[in-house]
Design a protein around this ligand. Structure first.
Ligand code: PLP
Length: 449
């Protein structure tokens, strides 16, 4: 039977991997995965890895989930794909209806794309196009908060602010306004998240006052800045942002790609601020982690600004070839069924508590600046100096040592720089959470020495 090294050799002769310095694989083995089973991934030598990061934050109900598998199998024998211009199919109709039932009140239409970045591009284009259609073409800029992440295409990189991914391409990016983030990691000692988030909103208020005439939209990740290191802020920031965007006539785009579908403790993160964005973008866990798909939800007001005779040239002539692929929609429907049948959001509260308990001891660790949590996201920030929060030099790649230790132990715990985090599938057990915390603790001890 072909082994790990067999597939590794063939892979490295042909494949170029995402977000990877390929030379790293001279010393770090690539891991060929033969099968998935619930929370476990199994390689060709039979070694198993607990998927503590839900395979890049997508997989919420386990690998090869029988209920999702069954639904996709039924769909593939019925219809694998049809273009969505001029045609439709049951899975996309049902999915749209169900998303509109679940999402914050006031969102009334669903547009689809085939990955998260493409979904953000749709929201950006649609926002500016809306203003054009109602006679305000000067509203063409976007504002965002620092340390945000919205994808890898040129448009989404322009509204992102994680230097590691965007700096190289700066010459290619449109000019956006970056407002200091409410990231509570930087709050004063003893200050509450709420206080700090309100304080930091002053920057946003000022930006909106100065630039609203030229701004199409503000775009943010709600509550947690994922790729920026799982940095967190209080829902009050979103409430203030909604009010201010209304006051100044600027759209609010909420990027729920990573945090939607229960990750923050509510079905959608913006529920915690009781707001309705003008655009809400979903992807990642939308299909339970099975297939690429993105949904852009917007209001009837936006939709109506495009609804006119063809010759008025107001239509949104944007498409992706695989828009709303039926297999992906079927996976999404199966995933939504699981949410409904298993009372997932309520059960997650217990798991989230368990994640907090299992890592509480790390708060006192001499090289941990912060253990923070929002629902089913828990992050541990390793630093060189606890008091000043001075980070380890990035060249030392301390996080990577935690990653390697975890792999040895049988856990997939891929950090973001020096931030070790758990974003597990919701099928994780309390025992597995405690085991994972042990693995992380030993890994961190090894990494900081
Ligand atoms: C992953 C992510 C994206 C990009 O989605 P892709 O499917 O990888 O293009 C956008 N925004 C956020 C918040 C994300 O986490």
């Amino acid at each position: 039977m072909p082994s790990n090294s067999h597939w590794m050799r063939r892979d490295l002769a042909a494949v170029w991997h995402p977000c990877t310095q390929m030379k790293d694989h001279e010393s770090m083995p690539l891991i060929p995965i033969r099968r998935g089973d619930g929370i476990w991934l199994e390689d060709y030598c039979g070694k198993r890895y607990l998927d503590a990061v839900s395979s890049w934050w997508t997989n919420i109900f386990g690998h090869c989930n029988p209920r999702i598998n069954e639904r996709i199998k039924q769909q593939v024998d019925q219809l694998e794909h049809v273009m969505l211009a001029g045609f439709t199919h049951a899975p996309v109709v049902e999915l749209s209806e169900r998303l509109l039932q679940l999402c914050p009140k006031g969102l009334a239409r669903v547009f689809y794309a085939d990955n998260g970045s493409a979904g953000i591009e749709v929201a950006l284009k649609m926002s500016h196009h809306y203003w054009r259609n109602i006679g305000q073409p000067q509203k063409k800029r976007f504002a965002t908060i620092s340390n945000g992440y919205h994808g890898e295409t040129l448009g989404t990189m322009a509204v992102s602010d994680v230097a590691l991914y965007t700096q190289t391409y700066e010459a290619l990016l449109m000019d956006c306004i970056k407002v200091p983030s409410p990231d509570c990691y930087y709050r004063e000692h003893g200050q509450s998240w709420e206080d700090y988030s309100i304080q930091m909103f002053a920057h946003m208020q000022q930006t909106l006052e100065q630039h609203h005439h030229e701004l199409a939209a503000v775009i943010v990740e709600p509550l947690v800045q994922g790729a920026g290191g799982m940095r967190m802020y209080h829902p009050v920031y979103l409430s203030l942002l909604r009010q201010a965007c209304d006051e100044f006539g600027v759209h609010l785009i909420v990027d729920e790609i990573a945090m939607g579908f229960g990750r923050t403790g509510s079905m959608f993160a913006c529920e915690q601020a009781q707001i309705t964005p003008d655009f809400m973008v979903l992807s990642k866990a939308l299909t339970g982690g099975y297939l690429p798909l993105a949904a852009v939800l917007t209001t009837e007001q936006v939709y109506q600004a495009f609804y006119a005779d063809y010759a008025s040239m107001k239509a949104f002539l944007h498409s992706h070839t695989y828009t709303a692929n039926p297999l992906a929609c079927a996976a999404a429907l199966a995933s939504l069924d699981i949410f409904a049948e298993d009372d997932v959001i309520v059960r997650n509260q217990l798991l989230a508590q368990e994640m907090g308990k299992a890592t509480a001891h790390l708060v006192d660790h001499p090289h941990v600046a912060e253990v923070r949590q929002t629902g089913m996201v828990l992050a541990i920030e390793m630093v060189q100096d606890k008091a000043s929060k001075k980070p380890f030099p990035w060249q030392e790649r301390r996080g990577l040592r935690v990653y390697e230790h975890a792999l040895e132990q049988g856990a997939l715990l891929r950090p973001l720089g020096n931030v070790v985090y758990f974003i597990p599938p919701y099928i994780i057990t309390p025992e597995q959470i405690h085991w994972l915390a042990e693995v992380a603790t030993v890994g961190i001890d090894k990494a900081v020495n």
